[in-house]
Ligand binder design. Structure first.
Ligand code: DC
Length: 241
């Protein structure tokens, strides 16, 4: 049974798309590409070099010069991928609160997006890839074999983040998390370049009332349904083995 070579997964922050995509990638033996990590890497580089993340020219130049390498090396420390930038492993550093606070402006920079587009498409070209982000089905891989749009209500996404923080032993305030997510939703969907959009040919998966395991199973079933459907199409065309 043929599987989709490339799977594009989009959705808002906190929808569970990274956890779901990673788990599905593990089941299929695919590479999980978290495209948010690319924007986070450039944000981290800018902050380290004392460059204002809002300085579009300088940050775009930084993005063009950066050598970003994402691989499926899991190192058994809970990571979902390994991200090397200019040879340095920054997989964990890119999730700091400082990067969180500045990544939206970097992701809205057209020069940065152009530089990242080439790197992301190169990764997808080898196939066996599940790529998650905001504009994968619409801009990065408009010809992806399968597109999934993962969604959940803002209330549910805030609640999940809140519980994650408490579980990690961090301090958390539900109202602040809710407001932060609401603002990021707005920036991500209203920006001029590559806004968060549901591709018309994406399968919609609402995870609001699903547990993580149920969401993973639902996404996996979408992949299997694609494979079954394409097997029938091939049989109808007489091209099946
Ligand atoms: O998914 P994340 O929280 O790691 O994303 C970080 C930021 O990058 C967030 O502001 C959305 C943005 N992003 C984007 O603009 N396009 C993508 N394909 C992935 C992430």
């Amino acid at each position: 049974m043929g599987l989709p070579r490339t799977i594009a997964v989009d959705g808002p922050a906190g929808s569970g798309k990274s956890s779901v995509s990673f788990a599905v990638a593990q089941r299929l033996g695919y590479l999980f590409v978290d495209t948010g990590a690319f924007y986070r890497a450039i944000t981290l580089l800018a902050l380290r070099q004392g460059i204002d993340p809002a300085d579009a020219e300088r940050v775009a130049a930084l993005a063009r010069a950066a050598e970003i390498n994402l691989s499926g090396d899991l190192r058994e420390d809970g990571r979902q991928y390994t991200l090397l930038v200019n040879g340095e492993d920054i997989t964990w550093q890119i999730h700091s609160p400082e990067v969180d606070a500045h990544v939206s402006v970097v992701a809205a920079n057209p020069g940065v997006r152009q530089a990242m587009l080439d790197a992301q498409r190169a990764l997808a070209a080898r196939g066996g890839v599940i790529m998650a982000g905001r504009d994968i089905g619409t801009v990065v891989l408009p010809d992806a074999d399968l597109k999934i749009y993962i969604d959940a209500t803002l209330e549910q996404r805030a609640e999940r983040r809140y519980r994650q923080r408490l579980l990690a032993g961090e301090e958390a305030d539900l109202a602040t998390i809710y407001e932060g997510l609401r603002r990021r939703d707005m920036t991500d969907s209203q920006r001029d370049v590559a806004p968060l959009l549901r591709a018309p040919d994406a399968v919609y998966l609402d995870t609001t009332s699903l547990s993580l395991d149920e969401a993973i199973e639902a996404a996996y079933q979408i992949v299997l349904a694609w494979a079954r459907q394409h097997q029938h199409l091939d049989e109808d065309k007489g091209t099946a083995p």
